[in-house]
Design a protein around this ligand. Structure first.
Ligand SMILES: [Fe+2]
Length: 208
């Protein structure tokens, strides 16, 4: 089954009041993400990937940069769209997620600072992540380009922030720290993050 661009889980202008304008989503979802899907579909036959799930492909692509670029970015963006909401942000987290963040980071403020620092210090393009590690603990990490904790095997992502310039340049120009503050305070769908924690991560439904 060919890979496809999933629709956004909200209207194209739904995040505008939360710091992500319609033009950003039109370009980011409609052009950038779509280009990864098209390029990945072009690799399916030559790489012998027919019938494999997107997760399986990403997990096996660590040493294949051309494949990781397209498959990784397809998976990363599917997660990214889902962890934002027009009702997102705020400091009132669902109880189980709040307790876990308190236990593993010492509090929400400490988690936010660690996540922001991961995004700010990712040199060039990439992603900041909140992951669940094999021992069940939450941790913050970052990856370059199309890589993710799925491709590195570091853990299960339950929140990801795209820090490629295409994610923030229209709304925040070159000021990545402000984009990350806005992401954490106005966009994150904490209920989705808790749900991903509870069910052990995202299953994209793509590919297989
Ligand atoms: Fe992106």
């Amino acid at each position: 089954m060919a890979f496809s661009l999933p629709p956004l889980p909200y209207a194209i202008n739904a995040l505008a009041a939360n710091g992500m304008c319609q033009e950003t989503l039109e370009l980011h979802h409609g052009k950038h993400h779509n280009a990864y899907v098209t390029a990945l579909n072009g690799l399916i036959e030559s790489k012998g990937l027919a019938g494999k799930s997107l997760e399986t492909i990403v997990a096996g692509a660590a040493n294949d940069a051309p494949l990781l670029n397209q498959a990784g970015q397809h998976w990363n963006h599917i997660l990214f769209w889902q962890v934002m909401s027009p009702n997102g942000g705020g400091d009132k987290l669902p109880a189980k997620l709040a307790a876990k963040i308190d236990a593993d980071f010492g509090g929400l403020a400490q988690f936010k600072e660690a996540f922001k620092q991961a995004g700010v210090t990712q040199f060039g393009s990439g992603w900041a992540w909140l992951i669940m590690k094999a021992d069940g603990k939450l941790a913050v990490t970052k990856t370059p380009n199309g890589a993710s904790p799925v491709s590195t095997g570091e853990g299960t992502p339950i929140l990801g922030a795209d820090v490629w310039e295409h994610a923030y340049y229209l709304d925040f120009r070159n000021v990545r720290p402000n984009y990350l503050d806005n992401f954490l305070n106005k966009l994150v769908a904490w209920d989705v993050v808790e749900s991903l924690m509870e069910k052990g991560g995202l299953v994209s439904g793509q590919g297989a």
